[in-house]
Design a protein around this ligand. Structure first.
Ligand code: PRX
Length: 647
């Protein structure tokens, strides 16, 4: 573990919203009296009807209920757009940078308002009402922002599905959310290659029970698509038919804002549900303090809107603060490996927020592609999505930020809505690899497997002892699953699923998932999902999937596959299985290594011993531990002898 410490640069301590002393004071106050702290910060958004009640939360087993600002009314789109019009109508809200460097444009708050109103009226014209679910399957184009804000404006609940997901994954999400309307594009464009989004929607529709009611298609590439009469509508044609006037709906603070599906350790992906006011307050306050956002900053988060980072830190947090947010359609390596740094120079980006996997892959190309750009505008760097190894942190800090930009390593989850553990650039001394300290109002605790709260320097499982406004409210349509997943392991606490170490300075070091979730390039993947995709293949009888350390992706996917009698292992079958999983879930779920194994290690009661499979995949088979409880210990010798991850 690296213990290098970087002090807060003097200039930062002077200009930042909070210094170390202020952080300590504000943090203590936020914990001592959350009602007062959040009561004040709730007013950073505008309300139609102000709230009198700040929080109403129970983590009690069997009656988990989370409400913030519940008697107030507001509207998220109003807060992200309309309220800025008086002072910022001509300020750029969104800088859009296309996949092709020759394509970019800016959208002012005034233009954003007009576009969102139009989009909202198109949805209304197609029968979308308050509370209806709308699935958004779009590439990184401004219309994704318009569509999300349009839903918020009329009180519809959006469910954004990442464009890299397969038709199967898309249809499951459409069905689970029971959404009648889907918004997509003819094609997406990434790294010069077209992604057949509309075609995927067509394929998904075949699998959705009762079918999709209406598909609104944005024209992006002009590529050929088949339009089904009565179901498919071109957005640009629909937009011509509607008025540009659309008043924002008055929403209760606790009305749902969006559903976002995320993988868990068991079963199908869960529809994480976030609600209106608390989510927005939390996205806005974290965006301001963590990125030390000041008026005029150009801010770029490289995530995709298909993930929570895109929701909170491309769209809602920055726009609630009246910021200029950059939206990038492409990939870090196209047309050249310098693309990120070129975009920073082109748009004079001040704050840059990306994932460790991107840093590690760019690091592999050396310093020259970075150094040939200026990056003089950069002031702050951020990291999110997975633990950042100290080497990647140091490279990011030294090469990309030229040693002058603090790095904020932000820990959070789809479920948390916003950043929970993070440095503040003007306040926190940095330790590479540590997410450092809790944000205001956040009470992290480390517990052992029995739930005993550990004190001082320690290591165990990370829980959060109390609520914060951005917390998810339920699993869509399955409150019981919400309680069981997050509140049953350690009663009266929110269980994160992450392991964590706390050092003597009170700094937190996230060590990774402690459940059957793996983090591949910052994307969460449930091992159970990949397993069920594998066993759906006719040649496969049984499969077990675990993570293993991967230099670029953080974790890779290692699959143990037992074939049906009569099937025999081959390179072709290996390739076919990889292609099969890509088709079933999407490219992000592709197994990196497949080991054909005649048997899997099981206890006498038939439970697969994943601990052993993990050790073999990690190439740590010297430390397999006790295998005497296995039904057939000889299975392990075969697995070790034929392991794929040979170093
Ligand atoms: O294991 C943690 C890891 O990513 C998980 C959350 O994934 P997801 O819901 O997809 O959200 C990703 C973007 C917020 C966490 O349980 N994780 C996220 N950020 C960090 C991290 N692990 C270590 N350090 C981080 N900064």
């Amino acid at each position: 573990m690296s213990e290098t410490i970087y002090d807060v640069p003097a200039a930062w301590a002077e200009k930042a919203w909070v210094t170390d002393a202020q952080y300590k004071e504000m943090y203590a106050a936020s914990i001592k009296d959350p009602d007062t702290f959040w009561g004040e910060h709730g007013r950073r958004i505008d309300w139609f009807k102000p709230y009198a009640k700040v929080r109403n939360v129970s983590y009690k087993p069997g009656e988990v209920s989370i409400k913030w600002y519940e008697d107030g009314t507001t509207n998220v789109a109003y807060n992200c757009v309309d309220r800025h019009l008086a002072t910022r109508a001509n300020q750029t809200a969104i800088i859009w940078e296309g996949d092709d460097p020759a394509e970019s444009r800016t959208i002012t708050y005034g233009q954003l308002h007009a576009e969102v109103c139009k989009f909202a009226n198109v949805l209304k014209a197609h029968g979308v009402r308050k509370g209806d679910r709308v699935t958004i399957y779009l590439p990184m184009i401004p219309e994704a922002a318009y569509a999300m804000l349009a839903c918020a404006r009329i009180g519809a609940i959006h469910s954004v599905v990442f464009g890299g997901f397969s038709p199967d994954s898309l249809s499951n999400r459409i069905e689970d959310a029971d959404s009648r309307v889907v918004i997509t594009a003819d094609e997406g464009l990434r790294g010069g290659r077209a992604v057949p989004l509309k075609k995927n929607v067509d394929a998904a529709d075949d699998k959705v029970k009762g079918g999709i009611g209406a598909v609104i298609v944005v024209r992006r590439t002009g590529g050929h698509v088949t339009m089904k009469p009565g179901r498919d509508f071109w957005y640009h044609e629909e937009a011509e038919k509607v008025s540009g006037h659309c008043p924002p709906a008055e929403m209760q603070a606790e009305d749902p804002l969006f559903i976002l599906y995320t993988s868990g350790s068991t079963g199908k992906p869960k529809g994480v549900l976030h609600s209106t006011a608390g989510y927005l307050v939390y996205a806005a306050i974290t965006h301001q303090y963590v990125f030390d956002y000041h008026d005029g900053d150009i801010y770029w988060c490289t995530a995709d809107v298909g993930w929570v980072t895109g929701h909170s830190y491309i769209l809602y947090g920055p726009l609630a603060n009246g910021a200029t947010t950059l939206m990038f359609e492409g990939i870090p390596t196209y047309p050249t490996i310098s693309r990120f740094w070129e975009v920073i120079d082109k748009h004079k980006v001040n704050t840059f927020y990306t994932a460790p996997t991107a840093i590690r892959s760019l690091m592999g190309a050396g310093e020259e592609p970075v150094k040939k750009t200026s990056r003089a505008s950069l002031r702050l760097l951020g990291s999110v999505g997975e633990p950042i190894n100290p080497e990647a942190w140091e490279w990011y800090h030294r090469v990309v930020g030229e040693g002058r930009c603090p790095v904020v390593d932000t820990w959070w989850q789809t479920e948390t809505g916003g950043i929970l553990i993070t440095p503040l650039p003007g306040a926190t001394r940095l330790k590479p690899g540590s997410a450092t300290r809790p944000f205001f109002g956040i009470r992290p605790e480390i517990v052992d497997t029995e739930g005993k709260v550990l004190e001082g320097a320690c290591e165990g499982n990370l829980v959060i002892a109390d609520s914060w406004p951005g917390q998810m409210r339920t699993v869509y349509g399955d409150h019981k699953r919400f309680e069981e997943t997050y509140f049953a392991t350690y009663p009266n606490k929110y269980f994160t699923g992450d392991g964590c170490r706390r050092d003597a300075d009170g700094y937190y070091w996230i060590t990774g998932r402690v459940d059957d979730v793996i983090n591949v390039s910052g994307h969460r993947m449930g091992t159970a999902e990949v397993e069920s995709a594998l066993v759906a293949h006719p040649a496969v009888s049984e499969a077990a999937v675990v993570g293993y350390p991967h230099d670029i992706k953080g974790q890779g996917i290692y699959a143990y596959v037992t074939l049906m009698t009569g099937e025999s292992p081959s390179e072709d079958l290996r390739k076919e299985l990889v292609a099969h999983v890509r088709r079933e879930i999407g490219p992000i779920a592709s197994p990196d290594l497949i080991q054909f194994s005649p048997g899997l290690p099981k206890t006498r009661s038939g439970k697969i011993m994943r601990r052993i499979l993990r050790k073999i995949a990690e190439d740590e088979h010297g430390a397999l531990g006790d295998t005497s409880t296995l039904a057939d210990p000889a299975v392990v010798d075969d697995l070790v002898a034929n392991r794929q991850n040979r170093r």
